[in-house]
Design a protein around this ligand. Sequence first.
Ligand code: G3I
Length: 408
Amino acid sequence: MKHSHDRQKVKQRIKITRRQRKQRGWSRRRFLLVGLTAAGTVVSVFAARPIMWVGQYVQASLEPHRDFSVQGDTPLRERAAAKGLLYGGSVHQRYLTEDVPFTQQFIRECNVLVPETQMKWFRIHPDVDRYDFSGADWLVNFAQQHKMRVRGHTLVWHHSVPTWLKQTLTRRNAEQIMVDHIQTVMKRYRGKIHSWDVVNEALDPNLRRSDGLRETLWLQSLGDSYLDIAYRAAAEADPDTMLVYNDFGLEDNSFRQSGKRQALLNLLKRWRDRNVPVHAVGIQAHWRAWENFFDPQQFRNFLKEIAAMDYKILITEFDVDDFSLPTNAQFRDRVIASLYEDFFSVVLQEPAVCGVLTWGLSDRYTWLLTEGRRGRKVTPRPLPLDDQLGRKLAWNALARSFDQTFKR
Ligand code: G3I
């Protein structure tokens, strides 16, 4: 009796294990299937993305209302000034000493100038006990002669610092070195600078820290207090200039950059709470035409949030990299102009915006010719004037945006 009962029990157990195995096999298969489908979707979405965006701009460039027509040939500086705005570009001293036609265009179009490297630490403070103001002095004088404002760029950055600084900086001496540098440079140009990019690019696009701060030589030596120290030192050195925090990627709605906007808003709030003298946000806005993740509504709200905390806003380094767009120049120009107008029509709705700068003026001189040159099939066309100094559709797009905005 006992024997047959045991045999039945064993049979039952075998049945259960088979069923369990079957079930497990099913879920494994299902898991594989679901996994593969998800992976496939992700891959296809990401692979299709650039194509989608290019497609979007092919359509944009063919839209009939996008004629980019402009009334008259009034230069950008006057169109901007008529609305209480500044327009200008970055420039190297060499372009203005060696290239007369370019210089004429620069004077004609710009009412604000920003030295592209001459005020950076590696140029202006090349040795521990030596400053070299020659380039910066020259550019400030040039601007004054031609009734242009000057933006100071930049005092505290992790990039373009001289080797001596990297070798010398310690926790003990960092504050003194940074404050001395800020005050020496700012006092020299006191009363002559419209706005200073005191700190540049302090936020990390990869958001490794919860506060979003980038690991820099300054953060390592002074902790997050380096930001407050820098702005307080700057306000002491020149109490009348506009003190700006400048960064890139803030208009980019991609997953990679979206956290950066929130990190900046947190920083701005922190500065307000502690009465740190920061007056404006500089939005660099270096665009890439082939992966444009701009969301107009979201960006508009972001600008409103900055303005609500009583900060001014400047677009400081706009340009559009057309790398990997089709090679046809006319096509590129239409796409680029569409992006200019998409962006500036939103930017200039915000009353707190007080100026717009492009990173250069003519395609003859753009940082994209040197940096990021690898793999380019054709020369880039990121700026309002082409390399022959002719006005492009991007120029029209900017002119139209100035014409259509209200007076500040
Ligand atoms: O002047 C030297 C020259 O003597 C030397 O032969 C040559 C060799 O590479 O280098 C020349 O200096 C270069 C300088 O530009 C002038 O062209 C530096 O190496 C180069 O690093 C420097 O690049 C600048 C870069 O910032 C770094 O400072 C770019 O011109 C400038 O457009 C770029 O600007 C930055 C903004 O400051 C911050 N936002 C992003 C923007 C674009 O990267």
